[in-house]
Ligand binder design. Structure first.
Ligand code: NAD
Ligand code: MG
Length: 406
């Protein structure tokens, strides 16, 4: 007898035109008998989203602003495509929480991802979290919402997905019994692992975005070059796995084959390995607790030959230290750190700021912003984010003016 055909799982992809969005659609396309696309969203890449709508026929497409939505609507109408086009933050929340939706991939970059991801969580969806900034900004509040709604939260960040795989299945229900000594987050060290320190100020956005092992969006590529990405991931790991910062260790592993490890009290260390390709964690989380093919070939350990490990340099990568300090400080400090970083990275990519000045902006913003208040509401977090951005922009202008004079 034929097995009963399973119902197609409806998926919303927030940030469909990005690097994670593209990898997600690649995996979804390989499993068309299992997944259907409910909604695709993008900020302003109209032509790219139009192409994706033609290929995947989602029920909805959402653009960040009305003008982009109007352009997309026209293109799709002329092509005879039935996708309904919406615009703005409320529409993002709607396609993340709609009754028909089973799975939401949260792959918008930066703080803009917070509200729609929260909407998906509050609606109790299976939420695939790539947008680490959400957890950095609102960690405790976000995890409370997950617990309240019964949403299933699965990490997409390769390190956290690896840790999730290396932890026991019932870890969340009884973390103390699991005997976790440390979480070991691996880091490639980025493109400037061996660049002489006195040359770092001259590096260009193109050099910073040329990651040695991963293909990613621009913002996370710069974060990898400063190692702020690993700092944000320490904060992310703290909230996902309820492990204190002093038991989360960063290990530089340039080959990016071991995606992270869990060190247990009995001396066992459990690791997850694979090629550096985000389709692996995406396929893992999409099908979890089942497994499906991701399109990535089998790992050839003979080809890799050697794996190596180094201690990270907090002198070379001061952003890593700033992230640990913000997590220790708690409250609104991580939200301020994140906002200042987003502004500084945008200014660096816009060639207004040198590479090392990214750290200067974040340090100054953390010193000036009021981070003493606890994070008691999402509105409070968003206010702290807006306030920190104002300070960071002042600092960027100040550094820019100084550079023009010298
Ligand atoms: P990206 O820049 O390639 O794509 C970002 C997506 O978000 C695009 O679709 C863009 O249109 C959309 N977007 C940007 N600003 C928006 C706004 N204001 N409103 C609505 N939509 C907006 O980024 P990415 O590399 O795919 O990263 C996405 C997220 O996943 C980030 O949080 C990143 O840290 C995380 N992540 C990425 C990777 C990776 O390999 N790329 C790995 C781990 C985690
Ligand atoms: Mg990562």
């Amino acid at each position: 007898m034929l097995a009963h055909p399973r119902r197609l799982q409806q998926i919303t992809i927030l940030g469909a035109t990005g690097s994670i969005g593209g990898s997600t659609l690649d995996v979804v396309h390989r499993h068309r008998q299992r997944y259907a696309v409910f909604a695709l969203t993008a900020s302003t890449q109209v032509d790219r989203l139009a192409g994706l709508c033609q290929r995947f026929n989602p029920k909805y497409a959402v653009m960040a602003d009305v003008a982009s939505a109007e352009r997309l609507r026209r293109i799709l109408h002329e092509a005879g495509n039935q996708t309904e086009v919406l615009a703005g933050a409320e529409a993002l929340a709607e396609v993340s929480s709609a009754t028909e939706v089973d799975i939401v991939m949260s792959a918008i970059v930066g703080a803009a991802g917070l509200k729609p991801t929260l909407a998906a969580v509050r609606a109790g969806k299976k939420v695939l979290l790539a947008n680490k900034e959400t957890l950095v900004m609102s960690g405790a509040l976000f995890m409370d919402e997950v617990a309240k709604s019964g949403a299933v939260l699965l990490p997409i960040d390769s390190e956290h997905n690896a840790v999730f795989q290396a932890l026991p299945h019932d870890y969340q229900s009884n973390p103390d019994a699991a005997g976790v000594r440390r979480i070991l987050l691996t880091a490639s060290g980025g493109p400037f692992r061996n660049t002489p320190l006195d040359q770092l100020e001259q590096v260009t956005p193109e050099q910073a975005c040329a990651h040695p092992t991963w293909q990613m969006g621009k913002k996370i590529s710069v974060d990898s070059a400063t190692m702020m990405n690993k700092g944000l991931e320490v904060i992310e790991a703290h909230w996902l796995f309820a492990v204190p910062p002093q038991r989360i260790e960063v290990i530089v592993h340039p080959q990016s084959v071991i995606h992270s490890m869990v060190d247990y009290v009995d001396g066992s260390v459990v690791a997850q390995l694979g090629y550096p390709d985000m389709r692996i964690p995406i396929a893992h989380a999409l099908a979890w607790p089942e497994r499906i093919a991701s399109g990535v070939s089998a790992l050839d350990l003979f080809d890799i030959g050697t794996v190596s490990f180094e201690r990270p340099s907090f002198e070379r990568f001061p952003c890593l230290g700033l992230a640990y300090q913000s997590l220790q400080r708690g409250g609104l400090a991580p939200a301020v750190l994140n906002a200042a970083n987003e502004e500084a990275v945008a200014a660096f990519l816009g060639r207004k700021l040198g590479f090392r000045a990214i750290t200067e902006v974040i340090t100054a913003t953390l010193a000036r912003a009021d981070t003493s208040a606890p994070a008691t509401s999402i509105e409070g977090v968003l206010d702290a984010d807006a306030g920190a951005r104002r300070i960071a922009r002042e600092e960027i202008d100040r550094i820019f003016a100084r550079r023009q004079v010298s």
